[in-house]
Design a protein around this ligand. Structure first.
Ligand SMILES: Cc1cc2nc3c(=O)[nH]c(=O)nc-3n(C[C@H](O)[C@H](O)[C@H](O)COP(=O)(O)OP(=O)(O)OC[C@H]3O[C@@H](n4cnc5c(N)ncnc54)[C@H](O)[C@@H]3O)c2cc1C
Length: 385
């Protein structure tokens, strides 16, 4: 059963935005939910669903031209909310393809790069990935040690990236490397000698998502594969802001899914001769989670408006990512508690969402890094070091 819309939040969206949301909701119900338990057990991302997701306009959703849907940021947010109600792995796929691959090509790429890659990435015919994080540089990307060296006719890249979503299945990698000590973005195509992307195994979170290393061993790329407008750390940080926006929305979906499933459970689970939903302690938990989800939706709705007007400050995006993922993770944990022992079993979706949200809490800037971004915005003092 859907949660009651106490604040009439649906009334804030246009008919088109609600139609987009409902189409993704239906896709999740029909194409994701029947298979998700098995894929999660197998640790497999069903890449056969990439093109169906593309057909719903999810890839490059908010970009204009190149076969992209060009919808509003709020419509895109609603898509991400619904997708993550299914599983964070699918939302991660779309967030990376959009915010970390198509957005940088669209924003920093040459006309040739845009023409070559954006239409294929929009249809899902091509998959992209983003390599910024390294084994020794996660929260502090300014320290990355992957290098690019200018040679006749191109560049030679050397280094190791870690945790690049989709890299094993990607046709193109956006690799961030230092050229003469300054960060630049490069397009590295699948099959380039010296490029490999082994999958990271053993994950107990985001199992329905491909996470990889990227190895660059004297990897020679042509001159025209530099993202010429992406110079300095600001460029990858702009991409991360796009991804954080979609994460902020997606987390609401995961939280809502947990809450809806738990509400049904609690109304029928009887202990001490009454449904546990009737106990005050359980109701207190529900009241808080419902309030948290509602707050998160309102925060994102306003953020979407600011994004459409291109006036959202990075700190505003950090506030939404930080708040919404934290309330989602807390909601998943409290829901797990309300299900008792049943909550640890994948007969219910909650433990999967809970485990997924541990990654979401960490990636694209950890919870604490978002805290420091807000601290700096408010005080004018950077507290990273
Ligand atoms: C499933 C998954 C997918 C990912 N996908 C991608 C991707 O596609 N591309 C990509 O480039 N990266 C990706 N990442 C990497 C992700 O962005 C990093 O994991 C994240 O930035 C944190 O870096 P780290 O894991 O090295 O943690 P660390 O930076 O080592 O942080 C560890 C802890 O220290 C804390 N910490 C660090 N610095 C400070 C400080 N100054 N003050 C206070 N606390 C601090 C952190 O908050 C955290 O709690 C992915 C990660 C995961 C788990």
């Amino acid at each position: 059963m859907p949660l009651p819309d106490l604040y009439q939040i649906d009334a804030l969206f246009t008919e088109d935005e609600l139609m987009v949301r409902d189409a993704v909701r239906e896709f999740v119900a029909e194409r994701i939910m029947p298979g998700i338990r098995q894929w999660n057990r197998e640790g497999r991302f069903p890449s056969e669903l990439i093109q169906p997701m593309a057909r719903l306009g999810m890839l490059g959703a908010y970009l204009k031209g190149y076969g992209c849907a060009g919808v509003s940021y709020n419509a895109y947010g609603l898509m991400m909310q619904e997708l993550e109600a299914g599983d964070s792995g699918f939302r991660s796929f779309v967030s990376v393809q959009n915010g970390l691959v198509m957005y940088p090509i669209f924003t920093f790429g040459t006309q040739e790069q845009k023409d070559r890659w954006l239409p294929k990435l929009a249809t899902g015919e091509a998959v992209g990935c983003f390599g910024l994080t390294e084994p020794d540089f996660g929260s502090n990307p300014s320290g990355i040690i992957t290098t690019a060296r200018k040679v006749k006719g191109g560049y030679v890249l050397n280094g190791v990236k870690r945790w690049a979503t989709n890299a094993t299945i990607a046709d193109v990698a956006i690799v961030w490397a230092k050229l003469d000590g300054k960060i630049h973005g490069f397009l590295v195509e699948k099959g380039t000698p010296g490029f490999s992307a082994p999958e990271i195994t053993g994950k107990w979170s985001l199992r329905v998502s491909v996470s990889s290393e990227i190895h660059l061993d004297d990897c020679h790329i042509p001159e025209e594969n530099i993202l010429s407008e992406a110079k300095g750390l600001k460029a990858p940080l702009m991409c991360l802001n796009q991804a954080r926006y979609s994460i902020a929305w997606g987390a609401i979906g995961a939280a809502r899914a947990c809450l809806e499933e738990t509400l049904e459970y609690a109304k029928t689970r009887v202990q001490f001769d009454r449904p546990i939903a009737g106990f005050q302690l359980v109701q207190a938990k529900f009241a808080q989670m419902w309030t948290d989800v509602t707050n998160a939706q309102l925060l994102c709705y306003r953020l979407g408006q600011l994004m459409d007007q291109a006036i959202a400050k990075p700190a505003a995006i950090s506030m939404a990512k930080r708040n919404n993922v934290a309330i989602a993770l807390n909601t998943a944990r409290v829901c797990r508690d309300i299900l008792g022992a049943s909550g640890i079993c994948d007969d219910y979706n909650i433990i999967r969402h809970m485990n997924n949200l541990e990654s979401v809490y960490t990636y694209e800037g950890t919870h604490d890094i978002q805290t420091l971004i807000l601290g700096q915005e408010l005080t004018g003092l950077a507290a990273y070091t």
